[in-house]
Ligand binder design. Structure first.
Ligand code: GCU
Length: 693
């Protein structure tokens, strides 16, 4: 930004008591090129109350005199900046940005804050150096904004290098070793900082044999990654095997209450911090889908999490303990066991027992990253526990980065959901720790969608999900369309220019991308799984339709369709009682067939095909209509993209064009399988007489 705008970067430390001299021939303190003129000042301040720091520090910055320009103009930006009240600070990762009398100023308390401020200017582009801008103070809502890589060091025989990865190999690991060239990791750090992400877990939550060694023998690898990411304010975390003390031959048991086990974790953790002083902490998937955990020793999740938390506490590290715990060996004949209930049933009795450096990491929905689920009731049920919400940026159930599916609208709905009703706090407040009498927030976690693909994310448009994840973690109330707009401007600068005179495209690309992406998640939902019932995907890899694929399996993900109706009865009156895990008003809203939102109807109720939705359509007709509509929307998006040839560079244009062909094929397959299935089950023809195979 500085080079482009011919400015110079000034870096100085100024406390409230040492306002710089406002001399006519003096710029802003002790920078190298005294005398300006400069357009941009990036300044580190010492921590102090925000108004005092900004007023005194900024009052000293002057636009330096250009040769022959006469005396410097003293911009009086102090009072403009000093709008924040009381003794508020800029904050660790925060920054203040302003433009006044020809100088753009970014102020921060830390280098990371300055970096985020600089990326803010990049987002603003020309605007940052144009008209005056009143001071704005930005800082992240959530302190922890973490991406979990489900990357394996070894290539796993079934899951490959990256479990649920759709963007090629791992950027960290290759065939059993750390990559020789970590240039890409450094670039990744920069990309993450641009999105606002500040933590990364470098290996899969399913920790296999080789990956268990990252904690000890292969710690050097983790340290090398940490070195590359550190300059961008990104800390490294590690997924660990709960049974590591046994697996690595340290102790005879992994019992969390055993003294030797505690000593083992303490010693190992101390060595981790010797190698990586700013190490973030551990992520643990325990007693979940076959991973080891405290249950084997008759202990509970609090015992397990506290063991690791105790080892990390002296160094300021945290444990992300995952709440994704359920019976994956359920008998499908057993109608009383409900997977949706499991996390709440396991964890709410433990509220208040976790140490304060334990973060309970809860998937946003009660099942597993489906395109439509209610918000997990666990998020509102653990007031004395730090809670993080986990989103899936990688598109396991949403088109696997072969389909365009912009996920920010779904995430924004989750973050905006108010579990206690409209007057209460929302999910975003819980993760930010902004709930009266609640625990500190645990932040936002996303399962990464990045790999060694040249576009980072396989589908070039899936980058928008990575970007949106970071932006929503920073500012959860951001408008998803506005985030997309930012991403478009940063990714396709010509589109940002906006008119032919500046070499732009008159906003055509921007407009088309909004048409293609804004509601693409809605489109995906329409041609796939109806009314929140979930799954219906091919077992194993989870791509494409298979309506009964999981119906008679042990996984607990059923739709119960028969000739009369479909859906899961989770009511208290006649079903599994899951609705009772919500506080009012949702416990009542979801319980009631009349009040339950249509889009979640089949998640909460088993209804006849003739059940009439709020919009007057029957369930069966809704299934037909949405599946035809979804495919038509994909076809329109595909044609819209084709028109953009020449506006988008050739290579990504061709990649997306090919992917659209696959998306259309797959959407038609979904439409035909789902429609045919329900026509055959129900015997009810399409009221509009369309062809259903
Ligand atoms: C899903 C996914 C698994 C993953 C699991 C988890 O079930 O299919 O690959 O391990 O979630 O989040 O732990």
């Amino acid at each position: 930004a500085c080079a482009r705008y011919g400015g110079s970067v000034r870096r100085r430390a100024a406390g409230p008591d040492e306002a710089p001299e406002a001399g006519a021939d003096d710029g802003a303190g002790d920078g190298a090129d005294e005398g300006g003129p400069y357009d941009l000042v990036l300044a580190l301040t010492t921590a102090g109350p925000l108004p005092a720091v900004t007023e005194t520090a900024l009052a000293g910055f002057r636009r330096g005199p250009a040769p022959g320009d006469g005396p410097a103009v003293g911009p009086d930006i102090g009072p403009v900046i000093g709008t924040a009240g009381g003794d508020e600070r800029i904050g660790d990762e925060g920054y203040v940005v302003a433009r006044h009398e020809g100088v753009t100023v970014v102020l921060a308390d830390s280098a990371t804050g300055l970096l985020y401020g600089l990326f803010h200017l990049v987002r603003l582009g020309e605007e940052a150096f144009g008209a005056a801008r009143p001071a704005e103070h930005h800082r992240p809502a959530a302190r922890l904004r973490m991406l979990d890589h489900w990357d394996n060091v070894d290539v796993h025989p079934v899951m490959g290098q990256v479990e649920r990865g759709y963007a090629g190999g791992s950027i960290f690991w290759r065939d059993g070793a750390l990559r020789d060239d970590l240039t890409r990791v450094r670039a990744y750090g920069r990309l993450l900082a641009a999105c606002g992400v500040n933590a990364v877990t470098v290996n899969n939550v399913n920790v296999h044999a080789t990956e268990t060694l990252l904690l000890t023998d292969r710690l050097r690898d983790v340290a090398a990654i940490a070195d590359r990411l550190r300059p961008y304010g990104v800390r490294v975390h590690l997924s660990v095997n709960f049974a590591a003390p046994v697996a690595l031959g340290g102790t005879a048991t992994a019992d969390p209450l055993d003294e030797d086990v505690r000593a083992w974790w303490a010693a190992v953790t101390a060595r981790v911090y010797e190698a990586i002083p700013d190490f973030g902490g551990y992520v643990v998937k325990a007693d979940s889908e076959g991973q080891p955990g405290p249950h084997a020793y008759g202990r509970d999740h609090a015992d397990g999490a506290n063991l690791l938390a105790e080892a990390l506490a002296p160094f300021g590290g945290v444990v992300h303990w995952r709440a994704f715990v359920y019976n994956h060996r359920q008998d499908w004949r057993d109608r009383s066991t409900d997977r949706a209930r499991a996390a709440y049933d396991h964890f709410t009795p433990l509220d208040g027992r976790f140490r304060d450096n334990v973060i309970l990491q809860v998937k946003h929905g009660p099942i597993d990253f489906q395109v439509r689920e209610p918000v997990s009731p666990v998020i509102a049920a653990m007031p004395r526990t730090r809670v993080a919400v986990e989103l899936q940026v990688t598109q396991e159930y949403t088109g696997q980065q072969r389909h365009v599916c912009y996920l920010a609208p779904m995430w924004s709905e989750v973050l905006g959901f108010r579990p206690w009703g409209p007057a209460g706090p929302g999910v975003a407040h819980v993760v930010a720790g902004d709930v009266a009498d609640g625990a500190a927030g645990g932040g936002l976690v996303g399962v990464s969608n990045v790999g060694d693909d040249p576009y980072w994310t396989g589908h070039p448009l899936a980058q928008a999900n990575l970007y949106a994840f970071g932006r929503l973690a920073w500012a959860p109330s951001s408008d998803p369309a506005a985030i997309l707009d930012e991403w478009i401007g940063l990714t396709f600068p010509a589109a940002a220019g906006g008119n032919d005179a500046t070499g732009g495209d008159d906003g055509r690309l921007r407009e088309a991308l909004h048409e293609i992406m804004d509601d693409s998640c809605g489109t995906y939902e329409r041609y796939t799984v109806p009314l929140g019932v979930g799954f219906m995907v091919r077992p194993g890899h989870h791509y494409g339709p298979d309506v009964d694929g999981y119906e008679y399996t042990p996984w607990g993900t059923y739709h119960f369709a028969d000739r009369d109706g479909v859906g899961v009865d989770r009511t208290r009156a006649t079903g599994t009682g899951f609705t009772g895990q919500y506080p009012p008003p949702w416990s009542e809203v979801y319980e009631s067939l009349a009040r339950c939102p249509d889009e979640l109807l089949l998640f909460f109720h088993h209804v006849p095909y003739g059940h009439v939705l709020h919009d007057g359509t029957t369930v069966i007709q809704h299934i037909y209509d949405t599946h035809f509509a979804g495919v038509e929307e994909v076809e329109r998006a595909r044609l819209r993209w084709a028109e953009l040839a020449g506006l988008v560079p050739d290579a990504p244009h061709a990649r997306v064009r090919e992917l659209f062909a696959e998306q259309l094929r797959c959407a038609e397959e979904w439409r035909d399988q789902v429609n045919a299935y329900f026509l055959r089950k129900s015997g009810v023809p399409d009221a509009r007489g369309r062809r259903i195979p």
